[in-house]
Design a protein around this ligand. Sequence first.
Ligand code: SAH
Ligand code: SF4
Ligand code: F3S
Length: 439
Amino acid sequence: MAKYYHITTYGCQMNVHESEKIAGMLSELGYEACGKIEDCDIAVFNTCCIRENAENHAFGNIGMLKKLKAAKRDMIIAVGGCLTQQMGKAENLHEKFPYVDVIFGTHNLNNFKELILKKQKSKKSVIEIKDSEGEIYEGEKPFRTSYPNAWINITYGCNNFCSYCIVPYVRGRERSRRSENIIAEAKELIANGYKEITLLGQNVNSYANGTEDLSFPELLKSIAAIDGKFRLRFMTSHPKDFSEELAQVIAENPKICNAVHLPAQSGSDTILKAMNRKYTSAEYKAKTELLRRYVPDCAITTDLIVGFPGESEQDFKDTLNLVETVGFTSAFTFVYSKREGTVAAKMPNQVPEDVSKARIMELIKLVNSKTREQSAQYVGKTVEVLCEGFDDKKQMYLGRDEHGRMVYFPNGKNVVGEFLNVKISSANGISLMGDITDG
Ligand code: SAH
Ligand code: SF4
Ligand code: F3S
């Protein structure tokens, strides 16, 4: 009889890709994917703890499984990811939800299969949280779910210790995969028909720092040199490490998309210093100017935090000012969330919630108006779109242009995985609508 798995993923792209690795291991154990959690034999929660609401979300969903587990006693519930790796959280989770069968940390991912097999032989919960990273494991066979796009990890962990951020504590120190393994993975994906590759790391610009391996720009060049038509993206770039050489490599290699995610976090020098970001607002702007000197049409997207401890009205205005002057294609905006164990959690002058809420509303309004302005400029233009799927609600195909903009268009036959020229007829906020002009 077939056995089924269901995975719930929270958090970043890195986690989405890690869930593909978990799916790969579950299929090796003979499980098949299923869409409904009620029908599965094993439910996995791949969690995130970047902000408090990410944590609450996971806790809430795991709590909701109590009834189902009582009715289906043989069902296995496994919880892993960044939340469980936090100091004391695994014990906390076990106490709160004793019916969870397997709890594993970010450094235990490669042993996931063994943990499941161990649980199948035992009545007790299996809890394993390794506190050190260990060697990079290269034997993964991810079950990829996002054709024509594919993700490749190039670095794991982070050394930057931005004062608000939990990632270095739950993902460990930065380590880079060897370039030959990354290039081999890219070649295989392209040979198998994937059309867009995104290189993943918390700070891709510091790839292989301090080793004799290729630098990040060299790695990009080597992947872009692989035969075939495909797009190459990467994220995330830390502004302090964004180099002129990188801007030049983007400009010289048409396969590398003219789109860079460059989180600014704040426009205030006082706050940037307190955040330990290691650049000033002027230095950030200078990096965007350098990038646009080489790549004039480059889309720059960003992340911004409001309500960091001590953020004054003027500091917040400086962030608004940065948005006014840089011309971001889009921005992810967050209210600062206090994370136990980080340096910022101990800072005085935490900003009251109502102030942060008012600030984020104002920031979102500005960001959206800028995005809309840029979208409107697309109307009448023809862009090359990589078709990614079909939207059932809209009854239209969808894809993105190289700048990362979502484009919807009608078509009679399935064109997922194809590059198409689409003439834009209208813009609606961040997404665009149009018609295929060829194919
Ligand atoms: N490594 C990437 C992304 C890390 S997490 C980088 O350095 O940019 C993604 C985003 O979450 C961050 O860019 C930041 O804007 C936000 N973030 C991280 N910690 C946060 C916190 N404690 N509160 C609110 N937002 C946070
Ligand atoms: Fe967190 Fe900063 Fe590392 Fe990004 S660079 S993961 S924000 S510590
Ligand atoms: Fe990603 Fe969340 Fe972990 S953003 S690295 S899954 S804390």
